[in-house]
Structure formats: C-alpha cells, structure tokens
Design a protein around this ligand. Structure first.
Ligand code: GLU
Length: 411
C-alpha cells in the first residue's frame, strides 16, 4: 500500500468527524510545494553516483514548515509526501508554531563513507538552500541521518546565507545544538507510555514490552522504559530480535550496541527471534520504532499486544489499523507518540533565535509539559467523541490547521 494512501485515509475519516468541507479538505491535503533535485557525488573509488533528493513542504498555515531528512534506499516522492503531511498534523497536535515538511535522499547511508555522506548532504543542500530557512522550512534528523549530518546542513546553508543556526535542528550540542534533543523522541515515547498505562490502569512494573527497532528512537525508548521499571522482553534491529521472557538487561544491551557501532548482531544473552516473531509476541505493550508499514492486513491478526505505541512514523497501515481497532487494541498514534523529537527541535530553534542556552533539566521539564498537555487533550477528545486515539489526534491536528488556514485567508 502506498504511504500517502494511508495518511489520506486517516485524514478523511477525521475530516468526516469534524465535518470539514470538500474544498478545505482538498486544500489541506495538497502540498504547498514539492521539489526533486539531483544529488551527484564522486565516490571514494572515483565513480560518479547519482541520487535523488526530495523536499516536500506540505503546509505553513501555522508557521514555518518543519520536518526531518531521511536517508534510505526506499525514499520516494510518495513516502516523503506522506511523511510531510504527518509532520503538519504532528506539529499541530502538540501545538507548536510550525507547519509540516519532510525531505530525503534515496541512498543507503550504510553504503557511504563519512566523506561520501558529507558530499551527499552538501550537494542536497546546494539544491534546496533557496527553499529552506529559519522562517521558512527547518530540516532535522530522521532515519539514516544524525547530528553530524545536521552540522553539514547548517554549514552549507551558511555559505549562501550567513550565520543561521536556526535553519536546522538536531545539531551537535557543541555546534548550537540542544542538550536532550537526541534522546527526545525516545524520551517522549516513554512519557506517553507512562501516561497511557496510567489511563489504562496498568502498572509499568507489570508491563512486558516488545520494541522493534534499536536506532535513535528505539534505544532511547528502551532506556527510559527500563528506568520506568517496565519489563522490556524483546528488542530488535535489522539483524533480528532478541528476546528474554524475564526481561532483557537493557543497560547491558545498550552497552553492547554502543560497542558494536549501534548494532545488536551477535548479542548472545537472549534468544534470537525474527522481526515478524517480535511483532507477534505475547506482551502487554508493542512499540514499533523502525520502518513504516510493518503491521499490515497480512500480519495484524497475529499481534497479541493489547496496546501499541507508534514510535515510528506510519508503522500500521489503515487496513491493519481497522482490524486492530475492532479487536479492541489501543493504539497511540505516531503524530502524538513520537512528537518528542520535533518538540525538542522547537526548543533548539528557540534557543538559536535567542542565542541563549537551555539546560538539560529545563529541556526535559518542558518536553514533559508539552507532551502531557497534548496527551491529555487527545485522550479527552477520544472519550468525548467516542473515537480512537488516532482519530482524536487527527481531529485535533486537522482542526487546528483548518482554523489557521481560514483565519489567515485563502486568497
Ligand atoms: N524526524 C522527526 C519526526 O519525524 C523530527 C522532526 C523535527 O525535529 O523537525 O518527527
């Protein structure tokens, strides 16, 4: 299933609930601008490699557009378009003064040396530097990119436009970055898990968790959930899943990953299972924190967890979402569950614009404050309107974007 189809499907369902007119729907669903640029580099072996870079600027009615840059071989215009729309609803759900955008390059970052990665980034920014800016569109890390890539984004942009740290977020702390930005998406997932479990009258100590994905989001989420005393029984990455019925020793797993360039391959203190098996584990909470589209009509029936938190973007397609909903599974949707990253990005942008440094304590406190307010609002709306948490989050997000669009005037 195409990624955009799923997000458009959720959009229309929520739009029905808030009785949005067809004309406003069409306006909100149509991206403001989509660009595609050539990203050609000379590889270390002297060969020329050509990739395609995308930036989709979906909506700016609530403020400058905001969203990550993804480096992955599957990146295409449909995926970027769908992720850009998700950013618009996400920033609106947590009430940040932003619109939504997303970008990416169809390259496998694991196939690149550090120099090649830098070249890809600089060439991509050469192609889009006129279209981004601290008041226009602010990139950030996403799958396959990190703080170092963001430092190159800033440096390349600055060559054209002068010193502008607020043009990109997720930068290294030593280079105008924010302490706590890197952990923020995972920490946000932990905050959401805590709130959701409380509402469902479940105790963290009695919650067995399976976590798919051990990148930036998954590894930090595992750490926070472990600190919350949840029992994390399985984690996974591309090399498969690692399972221990009594609960994994998360500090040990984290140390292992740190010593093996972030990879879990070869971890022997747990049973090795497949990623498919992880999704079907008999656990209390399932957290997909890797790629999109991992739970579909083909495997949704196998999911046994009564609660799912979408740490990844769009891990459940809309057919699977319907099946899970009918089976009584509670799903905390991506646009709320993983909003910690963009919320900390907002703090970084504010810090850069004020030329003032925030402390880690302050970042964590404000993150908790913003995410808790958004969670409570979505929970309340879901109860009031008797809809799923996903529908409530979309209704809240779309409603806010729709109102800003109308207030700003269309002509
Ligand atoms: N890529 C992250 C997301 O999907 C963060 C975006 C940002 O910080 O702007 O939410």
């Amino acid at each position: 299933m195409k990624a955009f189809e799923t997000t458009a499907h959720y959009f229309h369902r929520a739009a029905d609930q808030i009785e949005l007119s067809d004309n406003i729907r069409r306006l909100l669903l149509t991206p403001k601008r989509e660009v595609q640029v050539q990203v050609a580099i000379e590889r270390d072996n002297g060969e020329i490699a050509t990739y395609i870079g995308y930036r989709v600027q979906h909506d700016d009615s609530r403020g400058p557009m905001k969203g990550g840059l993804r480096y992955h071989p599957d990146v295409d215009i449909d995926e970027v378009r769908s992720l850009a729309a998700l950013m618009t609803w996400k920033t609106a759900v947590v009430d940040l003064p932003y619109g939504g955008a997303k970008g990416g390059v169809n390259v496998d970052p694991r196939s690149l040396s550090a120099r090649e990665m830098e070249m890809v980034t600089r060439k991509f920014i050469d192609g889009i530097h006129d279209l981004i800016g601290p008041d226009i569109d602010i990139p950030a890390p996403d799958m396959g990119t990190n703080d170092k890539v963001m430092a190159w984004v800033m440096n390349q942009y600055n060559k054209y436009h002068g010193f502008s740290p607020a043009v990109v977020t997720g930068k290294p702390v030593e280079m105008h970055g924010l302490p706590g930005r890197e952990e923020a998406t995972g920490r946000g997932v932990g905050i959401m898990a805590y709130k959701l479990l409380g509402r469902l009258h479940r105790k963290p100590q009695q919650t067995r968790v399976a976590l798919q994905g051990f990148g930036n989001v998954g590894s930090h989420a595992a750490k926070i959930l472990h600190e919350m005393e949840c029992k994390v029984v399985a984690v996974s990455d591309l090399s498969g899943g690692y399972y221990c019925a009594e609960g994994l020793n998360i500090p040990h797993v984290l140390r292992y990953a740190l010593e093996h360039r972030g990879q879990l391959a070869g971890y022997r203190e747990a049973e090795h299972i497949s990623n498919e098996e992880l999704l079907a584990l008999d656990v209390d909470l399932l957290i997909p924190a890797a790629l999109g589209g991992v739970i579909t009509a083909a495997n949704a029936e196998k999911v046994r967890a009564p609660v799912i938190i979408e740490a990844a973007n769009a891990p459940i397609d809309h057919e699977a979402d319907d099946m899970l909903h009918h089976a009584g599974v509670v799903v905390l949707p991506d646009i709320l569950a993983n909003a910690g990253g963009v919320t900390a990005s907002y703090f970084e942008w504010v810090q850069n614009r004020q030329h003032y440094r925030w402390s880690l304590d302050r970042v964590r406190q404000e993150l908790e404050h913003v995410l808790t307010a958004a969670f409570e609002k979505v929970w309340e709306l879901a109860a009031q309107r008797k809809v799923s948490l996903r529908m409530a989050a979309y209704m809240l997000g779309i409603g806010r974007v729709g109102r800003a669009t109308v207030l700003g005037g269309i002509i």
